[in-house]
Design a protein around this ligand. Structure first.
Ligand SMILES: Cc1cc2nc3c(=O)[nH]c(=O)nc-3n(C[C@H](O)[C@H](O)[C@H](O)COP(=O)(O)OP(=O)(O)OC[C@H]3O[C@@H](n4cnc5c(N)ncnc54)[C@H](O)[C@@H]3O)c2cc1C
Length: 505
């Protein structure tokens, strides 16, 4: 690798969301060093064109680039997201739906009651244990409110976004060019290596040779550089995550705009519903080992009332798992080329951002050498495994019996030791926060997320067995918490109204 003081030449291959996010983050981080950043995008190979939900991390990305919501949201038909509502994943009475909230500062007041109650209820005491009663984000989503408080409300609320991924890509392309990124249209047809195995250059179909010091593979599932050229092995998560296909259909938007993603369990997978300002994005993520694309499309059409509608569906394949090394030689894979954990918690762009940020930090820390490559790879792998386990949890604890797909998921015994320990801890009635702490994994998914998942499915003793609580069990007054949350809710506006104000400044 080159010495610290020489300006570097970074070549990004791929102009999907991953490529443009990487281009912006690198250009902004290294603008003072005079790095030359070039993105090559094939005019013939399309982007995946789905991926319309984010975690709160995307706000950090926009803030870092100095992009205001009023700059980008309108251009990308974007909406606010308070979290995800899960519907029909559990058959336990009273638990057919629950909400996975993004955190708010007000949780400091309401969440202790939830932790306490979900602990006590596992001991067989009758207290309110459904997560939806305890979080401001659940309230905001239920009432279709935007998570932006009035200026005098002093508590922070975290939120994500929904957006049109093609429009976001276009927007980010414009921003990257403002940051000095060179944009080349061309399809890479050949890759040339140095004798040490590093990539020397890529050659386009038009015959242009583009050399670089570092190559970022953002070529989607093709993984042209890292997997195809450098032969880095791919580790499938297929034994744990059965879904490998999706069918996508848009529907019309209604006037009262939702501020949550809805994830509804269907016969062989689940369907997302994502509200954008101009339409709803819908898709059915399913396992092709259990149902065909045609049957999945019919099931989704029936759900959406589109059986006879003349709306074309898009069918997609998904490769679920991760590469063994995300940074190998002088190449880093980012986005679908490095791996994909199905979209249940909308984590892919979060992983893109973490990977690029982690690479920037490691590369810089090693004086622009590969000194910290091993550490970087271990850290990205740990994140992939942690996200996988949280997603697998949703399937493993399901109680549906309507198809072999759900029965097989409930009987899946390929779980990681970490996930087994988490589930056993909950079932034993032990303190789950302590277990997450012991495993040092609560910075991937915090204790609230795990509690919402397990309590949200109603993993408690059956109601008939519950005994009345004493004063200690009833330490938290549920009416008081509800009153607190609804009073907090007065500081938030209807979603569409808030978006309209954003566009008028
Ligand atoms: C069903 C589904 C739902 C999803 N939902 C979510 C979600 O809600 N939230 C979320 O965060 N993520 C989601 N994702 C993931 C998300 O779509 C992707 O992570 C994101 O779009 C980034 O994709 P990408 O840029 O890696 O790949 P792509 O969009 O596939 O882009 C690949 C790029 O590489 C270029 N390319 C390929 N080969 C060559 C070549 N030879 N030469 C030059 N260029 C080349 C293509 O032209 C294209 O520009 C979902 C994915 C799927 C499959």
């Amino acid at each position: 690798m080159m010495s610290e003081h020489q300006a570097k030449s970074i070549v990004i291959v791929g102009g999907g969301t991953a490529g443009w996010m990487a281009a912006n983050l690198m250009a902004k981080s290294w603008q003072h060093l005079g790095f030359n950043i070039r993105l090559i995008e094939s005019p013939d190979i399309g982007i995946i064109g789905v991926g319309e939900g984010s975690t709160p991390q995307l706000k950090g990305f926009m803030d870092f680039l100095g992009i205001k919501e009023s700059d980008w949201m309108g251009q990308c038909n974007a909406t606010y997201k308070n979290g995800i509502e899960f519907v029909n994943w559990s058959t336990k009475p009273g638990f057919s739906r629950y909400f996975h909230p993004f955190p708010a500062q007000t949780d400091d007041y309401s969440a202790p009651g939830f932790f306490h109650n979900s602990y006590i209820r596992r001991k067989g005491i009758s207290v309110e244990g459904h997560p939806d009663h305890f979080f401001l984000a659940s309230y905001l989503a239920k009432h279709k409110l935007a998570p932006i408080p009035e200026f005098h409300f002093p508590f922070e609320t975290n939120y994500g976004y929904h957006f049109d991924s093609a429009l976001l890509g276009k927007f980010l392309a414009g921003k990257a060019e403002e940051f000095g990124v060179t944009h080349t249209r061309g399809t890479v047809a050949e890759v040339k290596l140095h004798v040490n195995g590093d990539i020397q250059s890529v050659i386009t179909q038009a015959g242009e040779t583009i050399a670089g010091d570092i190559f970022i593979d953002c070529t989607g599932f093709a993984s042209l550089l890292l997997q195809q050229q450098l032969k880095v092995p791919f580790k499938s998560f297929g034994n744990n995550l059965f879904n490998d296909a999706a069918v996508v259909l848009p529907t019309e938007q209604t006037q009262q705009l939702g501020s949550q993603t809805i994830s509804t369990a269907l016969k062989h997978g689940w369907a997302w519903e994502i509200p954008l300002t101009n339409r709803n994005g819908n898709g059915y993520v399913y396992s092709s080992a259990y149902t065909s694309g045609d049957s999945a499309e019919t099931e989704l059409r029936a759900k959406l009332g589109l059986l006879d509608a003349d709306v074309e569906a898009r069918h997609l394949k998904m490769k679920v798992g991760r590469v063994e090394q995300h940074w190998h030689k002088n190449c880093v894979a980012v986005g679908l080329s490095q791996g994909f954990i199905e979209p249940l918690e909308a984590t892919a762009l979060h992983l893109v951002q973490e990977t690029v940020q982690g690479f920037i930090d490691s590369y810089q820390k090693g004086n622009f050498s590969g000194q910290y490559q091993g550490e970087f790879n271990a850290s990205v792998n740990a994140r992939f495994e942690a996200v996988r386990d949280y997603i697998v949890g949703h399937y493993r604890i399901n109680s549906r019996t309507d198809s072999q797909y759900w029965l097989d998921n409930a009987n899946n015994n390929q779980l990681s030791a970490s996930l087994v320990a988490i589930l056993q801890c909950w079932m034993r009635g032990d303190n789950l926060s302590d277990e997450l702490d012991r495993q040092k994994i609560d910075h991937y998914y915090p204790s609230i997320s795990w509690h919402c998942l397990l309590a949200g499915y109603g993993l408690y003793p059956d109601s008939a067995q519950l005994k009345p609580g004493n004063e200690y069990a009833n330490k938290y007054n549920i009416e008081q918490i509800a009153d607190f949350i609804s009073r907090c809710g007065l500081n938030f506006k209807p979603h569409r109204q808030r978006l309209a104000e954003l566009s008028t400044g």
